[in-house]
Design a protein around this ligand. Structure first.
Ligand code: ZN
Length: 197
């Protein structure tokens, strides 16, 4: 239903919360109870700093538009703008849930964005391989997150209650190799995890 525009190169990580021990509340708490010399902490943290610098933990509205808000301004209705705001808000809450569980967030190497595909005007959607003509990407009700190792998909499938709490539905991972498609409205079948056809 909703192939990503382009998945880019695989395997590059812009942020690995799992490998960032100083970022974990658990570790921060432990240091607070048993403070270590500052020098020792600095030595431990230094190798990881480049991964945090410039890394993204959120999706911005601009990243969701992918520049198409300017190119396809005539198609950008008030309803699409409202949908986009809601999609980005829920996606960011999902990203926070990933981060809380130590799931790695990865950016597309070519754009530096967590978004693999955001808003797709009709003309853009028609050029996306395997995309259905009535894709929720067209009215900004869906977002694909870059997921080269399908880790985000795996988390979603294992946390359906959390997904429901966020008001998100997931396209079945079998159809989204390399990205994670979530949308803010129920599919026709009503299933939390749905197949596109
Ligand atoms: Zn999609």
């Amino acid at each position: 239903m909703c192939s990503a525009d382009s998945t880019g190169h695989r395997g590059q990580s812009c942020l690995r919360l799992a490998s960032a021990p100083w970022y974990s509340c658990t570790h921060i708490g432990r240091y607070a109870v048993n403070p270590q010399p500052k020098k020792a902490l600095a030595r431990r943290a230094a190798p990881h700093i480049p991964q945090i610098a410039g890394a993204s933990r959120v999706v911005t509205l601009a990243q969701f538009w992918m520049g198409r808000d300017a190119v396809y301004r005539a198609e950008l209705t008030e309803q699409i703008a409202r949908n986009a705001a809601q999609t980005v808000e829920r996606v960011n809450r999902l990203l926070a849930a990933f981060a809380a569980d130590g799931v790695a967030l990865r950016c597309r190497p070519d754009t530096g964005s967590l978004v693999a595909s955001g808003w797709r005007p009709v003309e853009v959607n028609a050029r996306v391989p395997m995309a259905v003509p009535d894709s929720p990407h067209i009215d900004a009700a869906a977002c694909d997150l870059y997921d080269p190792h399908n880790e985000l998909d795996a988390w979603c499938v294992s946390n359906l209650a959390a997904l429901a709490g966020l008001g998100l539905w997931l396209e079945h991972p079998e159809y989204t190799d390399g990205w994670c498609h979530v949308q803010i409205r129920a599919p026709r079948c009503g299933n939390r995890v749905f197949r596109p056809w």
